[in-house]
Design a protein around this ligand. Structure first.
Ligand SMILES: Cc1cc2nc3c(=O)[nH]c(=O)nc-3n(C[C@H](O)[C@H](O)[C@H](O)COP(=O)(O)OP(=O)(O)OC[C@H]3O[C@@H](n4cnc5c(N)ncnc54)[C@H](O)[C@@H]3O)c2cc1C
Length: 454
């Protein structure tokens, strides 16, 4: 069936190695731990959960619940083993992390077609391969990937601004304009603030609580990309002369620029998600809600992604990868996991699943598959392969990444249920069309639960 190499035994690499071996391919799984570790890993096990022990919501009307259900139907190892080691966690799939990783490790070590090689890969392998070395890819391999992709440095800091949903923005308090009328007029939605509103926001931002940084996360990011709370700490007007400057943004209601303005940038073509420009932040998630909701247009904002600043290595994937997760420059080389710019454990494993199913198809002489963007998997893969490369930032799975419903119901809860139902229907149809075997689905309730913090 052909030998393959998988580099990295994290969530994505473990999933990928298992899927390939189960399809009859001889897999060389290269993992550097324990001879060399990363700053975040603590054990020698495969699929180590480096931080929280949750795979987040299990509800079908939550994007990660839907993603898990799609993966379950596609026979994901990570989801199946995760469910075996479920511990009480409310509406989330919460795991006993040690038992989970020990089980994945045992299954891979005992698989007759998996050869585990404990060494640091320092270059890109020849022959069919999947690179899944995660956000803490070692330096030598990082350099080799940079040279291969020709896209300059891989991003070193994941400095992402929050993203809010279109329906949660108070559009009566927003105006469209681009600075000095240059560029597309509807690319930016401007949220004006009066002097009083700005001062309240600034005070709250200055006093808000931030995440503690990991010991290995040094101060270097401050030179490249300043968190909004750090700017706020430099003085009352720093933001007003920085990312929240109003010059050139005349408010049609007053005929003048406002005192300060937060710009929202369209995050996708459908306009269902909006990015808070310049608001990369290390504030705690609940603090982000509290502080950004002080901006009048965002009083009811719902966060599809919170801002984060942490060390992270990821490809400029839209310039490097196809939606099949093949490198544009080399069809037998795939990338998977957090290194492609997805964010989260489940999303990492989903990348491993897509890459391995497609590598197996390629080796059997079949066309690799691009899953429809009506599914959570397809929406996520489209995001990493077709976004604007210049503004690309890692992203959790989200309904806003999927194709919208042609005739969406008014109620948001109903809309999510209908998107999930359509996704599972289309997954079945697409799989049948391409001869992909699916497992029976698990009956999971849809509920109104919000995202569990990770
Ligand atoms: C500090 C931190 C905390 C996070 N916390 C969470 C969280 O709580 N919840 C969540 O959902 N997501 C979290 N994430 C994001 C992400 O989900 C995880 O990083 C996830 O582990 C990514 O899976 P992966 O398979 O892509 O990478 P990993 O799980 O990191 O696996 C990559 C593997 O490749 C190995 N490797 C690296 N370089 C080489 C090399 N050159 N040769 C051989 N092996 C190599 C590593 O040892 C590792 O085992 C966190 C990320 C970081 C950095």
């Amino acid at each position: 069936m052909g030998d393959v190499t998988v580099i990295g035994g994290g969530l994505a690499g473990s999933e990928a190695a298992w899927q390939l071996a189960e399809r009859g391919h001889k897999v060389r799984l290269v993992e550097m731990r324990p001879s060399r570790s990363t700053p975040a890993h603590r054990t020698a096990e495969f699929a180590e959960l480096v931080c929280s022990n949750t795979f987040r919501s299990d509800a079908l009307d939550h994007p990660v619940g839907l993603l898990k259900e799609e993966m379950r139907r596609l026979g994901s190892l990570i989801i199946a083993v995760g469910e075996r080691h479920r511990i009480p966690g409310g509406t989330a799939l919460t795991l006993d992390r040690e038992d989970f990783s020990a089980d994945v490790t045992r299954m891979l070590q005992e698989h007759p077609l998996v050869e585990v090689v404990c060494e640091e890969a320092e270059g890109i392998p020849e022959g069919p391969a999947i690179i899944a070395t995660g956000p803490l890819t070692s330096a030598a391999l990082h350099d080799a990937i940079v040279a291969f992709s020709g896209q300059g440095e891989l991003a070193y800091w994941d400095a992402a601004s929050p993203i809010v949903t279109q329906e949660s923005i108070d559009w009566s308090r927003v105006y469209f304009a681009s600075r000095y009328g240059k560029g597309e007029p509807d690319a930016f939605a401007n949220c004006p603030m009066s002097e009083e509103e700005y001062k309240v926001f600034w005070q709250a931002l200055r006093a808000a609580e931030t995440h503690e940084r990991e010991a290995f996360e040094d101060e270097r990011y401050f030179e490249a990309c300043l968190p909004v709370e750090v700017l706020a700490g430099r003085g009352e007007d720093t933001l007003r002369f920085g990312p929240m400057r109003p010059v050139g943004l005349r408010d049609p209601k007053t005929g003048r620029p406002p005192y300060a303005v937060l710009q929202l940038r369209r995050e996708n073509a459908a306009g269902s998600l909006w990015n808070l420009v310049g608001c990369q932040t290390g504030l705690r998630f609940r603090e982000q809600q509290r502080v950004f909701r002080l901006i009048p247009a965002l009083g009811g904002a719902e966060f599809e992604r919170y801002g984060v600043i942490h060390r992270n290595t990821f490809l400029k994937s839209p310039a490097v990868l196809l939606p099949t997760l093949q490198a544009r420059l080399r069809p037998d080389l795939f990338f998977a996991g957090q290194i492609i710019g997805s964010e989260g454990y489940v999303e990492a494993a989903a990348g491993g699943l897509v890459a391995s199913l497609n590598l197996s198809r390629l080796l059997r002489g079949e066309e690799p598959l691009v899953w429809p963007a009506t599914t959570a998997i397809g929406g996520l893969m489209r995001y990493v392969s077709a976004s604007d490369p210049a503004a690309f930032q890692p992203m959790h799975v989200a309904f806003g990444l999927m194709d919208p419903l042609p005739d969406p119901p008014r109620r948001k809860e109903r809309r999510k249920v209908e998107m999930a139902e359509r996704a599972l229907r289309e997954l079945e149809t697409f799989a049948a069309l391409h001869g992909v075997m699916l497992q029976p689905g698990a009956a999971r309730p849809a509920h109104e639960g919000r995202e569990e913090a990770r």
